[in-house]
Design a protein around this ligand. Sequence first.
Ligand code: IPD
Length: 302
Amino acid sequence: MSSSSDIDLPLLRDRLVSIALQAGVMITSATPTTTSSGTKKNTADLVTETDQAVEAYISKELKTLYPTFSFMGEETYKPGMQLGPEPTFIVDPIDGTTNFVHRHPYISISLGFAVNRVPVVGVVYNPFTGKLYTGVKGRGSYVSTIRDGKTHGEEIRLPLKGSEALTGLDSCIVIIEWGSDRSGSNWKVKCDTWARLGQSKDEGGAMVHSARALGSAALNMCAVAEGTLDVYWEGGCWAWDVCAGWVILTEAGGIVVDGNPGSWEVDVDHRIYLAVRGAKEGQKELVEEFWSYVEGEMVYPH
Ligand code: IPD
């Protein structure tokens, strides 16, 4: 069995950063053109030629640099593929494809790396804003700004806001996402839970400060890692949406638990997540409070 201590993780991170910056050039110079089918499972699940070209570029580079490691990418994933214990790159070439198609600049290249199914390196890069997030397990996570292919200004350790105490959902901004599954019981759980989160306390709700649906799971994880947004809850996303951000968040003191009430530890391919920012106190209480507002249980096959 491989161990992450056998691998030079900072070097691997630096290589992922170089690949992300080059992929960023491909994305910012492209015109979003949907593929011949344009969609995957439905009209809200989009794929462009750029998603496919960027994934092909990333997997080719990684195969050359790390020929024995496995690769799992959104655009080449086939139903039934499972994440194994071997060192594996977990990649979303464009996280936020819907934003990309609409020319809304909240997208990222999400490059994660897991060993024994545990995320250990994460690089998330938004080529439109130049924001680059990196994390290596045990070595912290950082944000910097890239201009003209180079780091501009200092690299800042996360979280940005320190680790202010969490005092309850009524002082949090919560990120929710519609995702592309819009029917059945999963959709009902989401809608009913969103309603309760926002609703006034007099009527039994949590009355969160506000909710955001920004369209890139990886950047959502990074916003929670920064501490500029407090909580992210989603069911239905995949390991490639969260693997890189997972390292960045947990290295900033944040946690990822089950999006359904109950489990404090979940795997990266669990598909139902609740991410909470780092805090000197109140994290556990906030998770329990959130779970008390989840209306039912989401079910997504792995
Ligand atoms: C999607 C985004 C979105 C999330 C979906 C993901 P994609 O990834 O991360 O924010 O709500 O669950 O599938 O399709 O743009 O790579």
